[in-house]
Design a protein around this ligand. Sequence first.
Ligand code: GDP
Ligand code: IMO
Ligand code: MG
Length: 422
Amino acid sequence: MKVDVLLGLQWGDEGKGKVVDVLTPDYNVITRFQGGANAGHSLEFNNQKHILHLIPSGIFHDGIVNIIGNCVVLDPAIFKKECDSLKEKFGIIANERIQVAKKATLILPTHRILDGAMEASKGDKKIGSTLKGIGPAYTDKTSRCGLRVGDILLPDFRDKYEKLKQSHLRTLSLYDYDYNVEEMEAEWFAGVEALKQFEIIEAEHIVNDYIKKDNVSILAEGAQGSLLDVDYGSYPFVTSSNTICAGACTGMGIAPSAIGEVKGIFKAYCTRVGSGPFPTELFDTDGQKLRDIGHEYGSTTGRPRRCGWMDLVALKYAVMLNGVTELIMTKADVLDDFDTIKIAVKYKVNGIETDAFPYDIEQNIEPVYKEFKGWKTDISKIRSENDFPVELSDYIAFIEKETGVPIKIVSVGADREATVVR
Ligand code: GDP
Ligand code: IMO
Ligand code: MG
C-alpha cells in the first residue's frame, strides 16, 4: 500500500506526536524520515504525558513496527535515554518495537559541541538551535565524511570515530568555547552498545517490500515543520533537513508515486520557537494569552514559544510545497476564550499587498487580517462536529475554502481522546 505522510505545515510543534498516536491503530508501520532529537513530540493518554524525540509516535501501540529512517540523524546517547525512560515509565522494551536504518547518520558528541560553539559565535544572529548537533551532523553527511548507524558494526568503527572527532577538535580550536568531550563520550559509547541490540535494517528495501503488500499500511511521521525546511523555510532560520513531503521520499528511499495521502497538520494559530521571522507574532496580551492557555513552552528545550495569529499566506505556501490532501487542525480549544480571532490573509510588503510568501521574509511584513467572532465556548469535550459552535464551523470553512483542502481532524485537547474526526 502507498505511504501516507503526516507533516507539520508551520514552524513545528503543531501536534504531530498526538495525532500520529491517534492514527496509529489504522497503520502497521510508523516511520520517522528526517530530523533528530531536535524534535519533541508529545503524547497524552490515561492522564500521562510523554515526550518523544527520536522514537516514532507509534511506540505506545502493540504490534506496530516503528522505523527510524535513513535521513534521520541519530544520537545514540539520547536514543538510549529515551528507550530507558520508556521501559521505566511504561515497561516498553524499545528494541522489540523499533528498527533503525543502517543509513541513518550518527550524531557524535563533538557535533553537539560544534553546534554550541557555532551558535555562541553568532551573537544576536543565533538560529536558536536546540543544540542537539543537528546542523553539524547533516553538514558532515553532505560533505561526505559522516558516520552512519551501519558503521557501528564495522571492525574499524573506533578508528573512523577518532578520525572524525579529531577533525571536529581542529575546527573547535578556532572557537573560544569550553567543553568536556570525554564526559560525553562515556555516555555516547554506552548508547552505541545499546544501539547494537536493535535490528539495524536496510530500511529502503524493507519499506519498499511493505509497499508491495496489500495488507501493510505505513504512516511517515515528519519532524519540525515546512517553514523550517532547509530549502523552502525561512532561511537561514531553519533546521538542516528537508521537512517537506519530498523529504519523506529521500528519507525512506521510496518513489514519489508511492506517496498516498499527505496529511498536513497546523495549529489554529501560530507558534515559533527559536529565532527568525514570524509575520503574525503577537507581542501583546493576546500573545501571552495564547502562550498561557496553549502551554506554549518548547517540548525539547522548555523555551517559551513565540505566539501569533494563524497565517494563511504561509499555510497556503506549505500546502503547495507538500501537495497536502487532508488538513488536520490542532489546539482549536486554545481559542475558546477569545472574543475575536484573526487570520492573516495577505501580507503588506513595502506598502504593497501580496499573498505570496516572500523570498526575504525578514523584511518588514505587515499582515492584513480578517477578523472572526470567537466561539466563547468550551469545546474540549466535544467529540462530534455536529456539536461545534457555529463560529468554529465558520472558521474551519474559511480555511478549507482558502486552501482548497478539507480539514479531516480537529483536535480539541492534548489527550488522545480529545479528537474530532470529520
Ligand atoms: P509536535 O512537535 O508537532 O509533536 O508538537 P509538540 O508536542 O511539540 O507540541 C504540541 C503541544 O500541544 C503538546 O504539549 C501537546 O500535548 C499539545 N496539544 C496537541 N494537540 C492539542 C490540542 O488539540 N489542544 C491542546 N490544548 N493541546 C494540544
Ligand atoms: P518538532 O518536531 C519547533 C527549530 C529550533 C531552531 C531551528 C534550528 O517538535 O516540531 P536545530 O536544532 O534543528 O538546529 O534548530 O529549528 N526547531 C524546532 N522548532 N519544533 C521542532 O521540532 C523543532 N526542531 C528544530 O528552535 O529555531
Ligand atoms: Mg515539538
